[in-house]
Design a protein around this ligand. Structure first.
Ligand SMILES: Nc1ncnc2c1ncn2[C@@H]1O[C@H](COP(=O)(O)OP(=O)(O)OP(=O)(O)O)[C@@H](O)[C@H]1O
Ligand SMILES: [Mg+2]
Length: 616
């Protein structure tokens, strides 16, 4: 499996079927959503069936043999009626009866095997598709994912993948099975009486047309259900993630109204769907009964003329009952294909999101000279655009020497986070370039770059795991107690860890909500400090820290720079800038002022006084 996914990643990470924009539109009459045709879905997702195709073919073979066994059973029924029953002769009963029993048993075993094989192929396909989607979404720019309603993304990854599975694996097998069943029963019926077979086959297009007619109506409704379902999960997600705000600001009535509105949409769509389904059953039954009556009527005439036996007629009615389910299934094909095709388009829209950054096409051979050791940062004419808004960064040029402590300050929205996030390539600049240790970031393998540069994001992200798991996240091997203690001490986490019920083994809860904001901040800081690599980028690490803890942190960072690591620290705390080797003051996406210290303080805690900074 990994080979296939790797191959796809190399090919650009996704196959090329574009589905146009989609999103969680919350209107009652959504615009016609994009939809992929069945061949498009197959073209796109067939590669993911690799390794499962034998199981699919095996399942199809089992189902086909089961149909043959059923057809033989029907022939035996006719033999029994015309022999044993007609002549009231028990001697003519045992032999066909025994064969029928064996054939029925074989059909049951084959059906069982076919179902198991299909399920095995389809479940494995689903698992692979989910993993593939999950993996792909984690290459997309974090802010691209943030822009989407999480509930909608989840419903696509969880539900829409199932529909794609159906079109690609289980539905494909059962459709091929149905088509073969129609052919096999049709041939068997033809052998009994071509005239009756014609009657039976004349009914088939009626059943098929009826189901096709219903398909068009059902598609729109099923789409409405899908969209309403997505809107419902999104609304619930918003409500629950903002529960504290909702309660504190008396937002429950408003939330209730919002939920009632989307719930109402889902209810109406579901009711419409049910009404259509309720019409479909009886209508199909009507057509089937008409076909049955026609067969019996013509059969009676044929029996009178001696062209048909009673057993033959009974066999025909049996063929009819066996034929209609596959014909109905084929008739509903359009319906299934259209609603699942919409799901496929929704999924493809996610899979077509471009990865935020691409691995370098031709990687320079690993150059120890450049990648190891101290790393200076050169930012050269970097611009980051934002459609319809002023540039987030505009022609920014900077040099941060290896082993320096650089601080980035400036008002909110000045572009500080945008700037530092470029260092781990959450995205690439629209113009200009960034070099680390002399090498363009885009020329380095992403994994290597992110080992080299550690970012502490402005928001302290937490997994619902223990404190220890959160601190060691992203460290490939268990670092052991020593480094963890150091990291917790330097981040100021140690002082509250002792007071937690289970210390490092304490669960932090969803998004770390079992901790205070400052505690989360310190754990995130410990996580960043634990990582090795030559560049440490901290986006507002001192937000939740008291002045003493902030000073201690600077002391720690100074130790790191003394060992040759480069530290970039974003801060609003102007009191800290006196410890910096370089202060970069950002305003409106530009470097407003750059102040460089004539000589870096050896250790800020050793020299707590003032270190005069000089404009440069
Ligand atoms: N995901 C985004 N999409 C579009 N524009 C964005 C996005 N995130 C931030 N911006 C814009 O980019 C500009 C710079 O934002 P940035 O987060 O870099 O500011 P900042 O200096 O870190 O502010 P703060 O001190 O509040 O953290 C702002 O005008 C902001 O509105
Ligand atoms: Mg910021």
């Amino acid at each position: 499996m990994s080979t296939l996914l790797d191959a796809q990643a190399e090919a650009g990470g996704h196959l090329a079927v574009s589905a146009g924009p989609a999103g969680p539109a919350v209107t009652d009459e959504p615009p016609e959503p994009p939809r992929l045709s069945w061949p498009q879905v197959l073209r796109r997702f067939w590669p993911l069936t690799a390794g499962r195709r034998l199981a699919m073919a095996g399942a199809l073979l089992c189902f086909t043999l089961a149909v043959v066994a059923d057809a033989i059973g029907i022939e035996l029924l006719s033999t029994l009626i015309d022999g044993a029953v007609e002549n009231a002769d028990l001697d003519q009963f045992w032999h066909p009866a025994a064969i029928w029993a064996v054939v029925t048993l074989a059909a049951a075993a084959l059906t069982y095997a076919g179902s198991v094989l299909t399920a095995s192929a389809s479940e494995r396909f689903s698992r692979r598709l989910r993993a593939h989607t999950h993996d792909h979404l984690l290459t997309v720019a974090p802010e691209e994912l943030d822009r989407r309603a999480l509930g909608d993304v989840l419903s696509r990854v969880v539900d829409d993948t199932e529909d794609v599975e159906h079109l690609t694996v289980s539905g494909a097998v059962s459709t091929a099975g149905s088509a073969l069943a129609v052919v096999i029963f049709g041939i068997a019926a033809w052998r009994q009486s071509w005239m009756l077979a014609l009657v039976v086959l004349a009914a088939a297009p009626c059943v098929w047309l009826l189901n096709r007619w219903l398909t068009g109506r059902t598609h729109a409704v099923s789409m409405r259900t899908r969209v309403a379902h997505g809107a419902l999960t999104s609304t619930l997600e918003q409500s629950f993630t903002n529960a504290a705000l909702v309660q504190a600001y008396n937002g429950r009535p408003a939330e209730r109204r919002r939920l009632a509105a989307v719930s109402g949409r889902l209810m109406r769509a579901r009711l419409r769907q049910t009404r259509l389904a309720a019409v479909q059953g009886p209508l199909t039954e009507l057509v089937e009964t008409a076909g049955l009556l026609a067969v019996i009527g013509i059969g009676v005439i044929n029996i009178a003329t001696g062209d048909l036996t009673v057993g033959g007629l009974l066999a025909f009615t049996a063929y009819l009952t066996f034929l209609y389910p596959p014909i109905t299934a084929l008739g509903q094909l359009g319906l299934v294909a259209s609603s699942s095709g919409t799901s496929a388009a929704r999924l493809v829209e996610l899979l077509d999101l471009e990865p935020a950054v691409r691995e370098a096409r031709s990687l320079v051979v690993h150059d120890r000279e450049i990648t190891a050791g101290p790393a200076g940062i050169a930012i050269e004419g970097v611009t980051v655009r934002s459609p319809g808004r002023p540039d987030r960064l505009h022609d920014v040029s900077l040099r941060i020497p290896a082993g320096a402590l650089a601080m980035v300050t400036g008002p909110s929205g000045a572009g500080k986070s945008t700037l530092v996030e470029l260092l781990v390539r959450f995205r690439d600049p629209d113009a200009g370039r960034i070099r680390l240790g002399g090498r363009d970031l885009r020329d380095r393998p992403l994994g290597e770059l992110r080992n080299e540069v550690t970012l502490l994001p402005q928001e302290p992200f937490m997994f619902d795991e223990t404190v220890r798991d959160n601190i060691t996240y992203g460290v490939p091997e268990d670092p052991g107690t020593g480094p963890i203690s150091l990291a917790t001490r330097d981040s100021g986490a140690a002082e509250f860890l002792d007071r937690l019920p289970d210390g490092l083994a304490t669960q932090v809860g969803q998004r770390g909500r079992a901790l205070s904001g400052g505690q989360r901040q310190r754990i995130a800081l410990a996580r960043a400090l634990l990582r090795e690599g030559s560049v440490l980028v901290l986006d507002e690490p001192t937000t939740g820290l008291d002045p003493q803890a902030a000073q201690n942190l600077i002391g720690t960072l100074r130790l790191l720079t003394a060992r040759g690591r480069t530290v970039v620290l974003v801060t609003h705390d102007l009191g800290l800038t006196r410890y910096a080797d370089q202060v970069i003051e950002m305003r409106a996406g530009r470097v407003h002022r750059l102040t460089v210290s004539p000589d870096a303080p050896a250790h800020p805690l050793d020299r707590p006084g003032t270190q005069q900074l000089k404009a440069g």
